[in-house]
Design a binder for this molecule. Structure first.
Ligand code: ZN
Length: 416
C-alpha cells in the first residue's frame, strides 16, 4: 500500500544518547538495543473514520522513537498495517450504505494527509490486511497443521480459532491474570460466548464467509482473517522474530498484542516476538477516553482544516500532544492547545534573532530527556529555558538559533 511523504531530518551536532523505553512485558524502563537497522512495528488504523487525537498521540510517540534511533545513527525499518477489512469497517459501511472498499480508501487517504501534516515519518512498509491475505492464510494453515489452531464445532461456519494456551509464554506480554483477560477480551472485540470454541479466550484466526460479507478464496475455504493474526504475520514476514519495538495504544495490550505475539511464538517456537512492547496512553475529553463508542472524538483533520475549529497549526497540535508524557492518560482541553500555540509562537520568535545564548547544553538536555523513555515534558522545558534567556537579548552566539532549530526539528519533529 502507498505510504506517505517523508520530511527531511537534519543532522544534529553533539553526542546522541541511546534510547531507553518502558517495556510492558518486563514492566521496567530498559535500553533499546537495535542493530545497525532498528526494527519497529506499530499497529495501524481500521479506516472507518478520521484520525482522532488519540491516534495522533500514539503515532507521534513512535515517531519520536524513530527519530531518536535516527539520531543514534541507525537505519529504521518501520512497518505499519492498515486493517482494511474488519467488522467495524463493514458495520460503518453498512450503516452509511457505502462501499466498504471506498470507505477504507477514503479514510486511509485522510490518515496519510494527517500524518504528513503532523510531520510523522512514514513507515517503510505500509501494508493492508487485504493485500496480506495470502501470507496470512499460509500461516493459519501452518498453525492448524501444528495442532495449535482448530475449526470451531460448527457445521455451517467452521471458523478457525487459536488455542490461547498453546505456548508457555502466553500472558508474558500483558502480565494480566485470567479474569482481567476475560473482561478485556469481551470488551475489545473478542467473542467469548461463541459456541463451538474450546475456550472463551481462544481468538479468531479465520472467519468463514457469511452472506453479504467480503471473502477471499484460500486453502482454508472462503473467508477473511482475524485482526491479531493479521499484525502477527505482517510484522513477522518483514521484521522476523525478536524485532525491537512493538507499539500501539495501551488498549492494544490485551488481547491484540498478546495474541499477535502468541501466534508468532507458536509458529516459530521462538520467544519473544518483540524485545520491547511499548504502549501509549489514552487521550481523554471531558473526563472520558476518546473513543468511537462514546462519540467524543476530536479529529486531526477538523482541527487543522478551516472548519468551525478554525485552522490550527499542525505544529501547535504536535507540541500540544508532546506536552504530556506519552505513557500517561491525559485530558485534551482548549487550554492545552492554547498553551502550545503560545509556546510555539515564543519559540519561533526567539529563533528570528540573529544570535542567542549558547544552545549546546540545551541540545544535550533535549537528548537526555528524550532518550529517558521519551520524557517530552522535560524536553520542552529545556527549550523553554533557552527561549526565555534568548528573550533577554544578551546571547551572542550566532550559531545557537540554527542549532536549536535543527535539534527541535530532528528530535521533536517540530518545524520552527
Ligand atoms: Zn496490530
Amino acid at each position: 500500500m502507498q505510504t506517505w511523504q517523508p520530511v527531511p531530518v537534519p543532522a544534529v551536532p553533539g553526542t546522541p544518547r541511546p534510547l531507553r523505553l518502558y517495556d510492558t512485558a518486563s514492566q521496567e524502563i530498559r535500553p533499546t538495543a537495535p542493530g545497525r537497522t532498528a526494527t519497529m512495528y506499530v499497529c495501524g488504523i481500521t479506516p472507518y473514520d478520521a484520525t482522532h487525537l488519540g491516534h495522533a498521540a500514539t503515532y507521534l510517540a513512535f515517531d519520536l522513537v524513530h527519530r531518536l534511533w535516527l539520531d543514534n545513527g541507525h537505519e529504521v525499518h518501520y512497518v505499519q498495517n492498515v486493517t482494511d477489512v474488519d467488522d467495524p469497517l463493514l458495520e460503518r459501511a453498512a450503516r452509511d450504505q457505502s462501499d466498504w472498499v471506498v470507505l477504507a480508501m477514503r479514510e486511509t487517504a485522510l490518515f496519510r494527509e494527517d500524518m504528513e501534516a503532523l510531520r510523522i515519518l512514514p513507515p517503510r512498509d505500509y501494508i493492508g490486511a487485504v493485500e496480506a491475505v495470502p501470507e496470512i492464510t499460509e500461516v493459519i494453515a501452518k498453525l492448524i497443521a501444528s495442532g495449535v489452531a482448530y475449526r470451531a464445532a460448527d457445521d455451517t461456519y467452521p471458523d478457525v480459532y487459536y488455542d490461547h494456551a498453546a505456548t508457555q509464554w502466553f500472558g508474558s506480554e500483558s502480565n494480566y491474570d485470567e479474569p482481567t483477560m476475560r473482561t478485556l477480551f469481551a470488551e475489545r472485540g473478542g467473542d467469548p460466548d461463541r459456541p463451538g470454541k474450546r475456550h472463551p479466550l481462544d481468538p479468531l484466526l479465520w472467519r468463514m464467509a457469511r452472506p453479504g460479507e467480503p471473502s477471499w478464496d484460500s486453502e482454508l475455504g472462503p473467508g477473511r482473517p482475524g485482526w491479531h493474526v493479521e499484525c502477527s504475520v505482517i510484522a513477522l514476514n518483514r521484521l522476523g522474530m525478536g524485532f525491537d519495538v512493538q507499539g500501539g495504544g495501551s488498549d492494544l495490550i490485551f488481547p491484540h498484542h498478546e495474541f499477535s505475539a502468541a501466534h508468532a511464538e507458536a509458529l516459530t517456537g521462538q520467544h519473544p516476538f518483540a524485545r520491547h512492547y511499548v504502549h501509549a496512553g489514552m487521550i481523554g475529553l471531558h473526563g472520558e477516553k476518546m473513543s468511537k463508542s462514546r462519540g467524543n472524538l476530536v479529529f486531526v483533520s477538523k482541527l487543522r482544516g478551516d472548519g468551525e475549529c478554525g485552522g490550527v497549526d499542525p505544529m501547535a497540535l504536535r507540541l500540544a500532544l508532546l506536552s504530556g508524557h506519552y505513557r500517561t492518560d491525559r485530558e485534551w482541553t482548549p487550554d492545552v492547545l492554547a498553551a502550545a500555540t503560545a509556546q510555539l509562537a515564543a519559540w519561533r520568535s526567539a529563533l528570528t534573532r540573529p544570535a542567542g545564548p549558547p544552545a549546546t547544553d540545551t541540545v544535550a538536555r533535549l537528548r537526555t530527556h528524550l532518550s529517558d523513555d521519551l520524557d517530552t515534558p522535560k524536553a520542552l522545558l529545556a527549550v523553554d529555558a533557552w527561549v526565555r534567556e534568548a528573550g533577554t537579548g544578551r546571547g551572542r552566539d550566532a550559531d545557537a538559533p540554527g542549532l536549536l532549530r535543527a535539534a527541535v526539528d530532528a528530535l521533536l519533529g517540530i518545524e520552527l
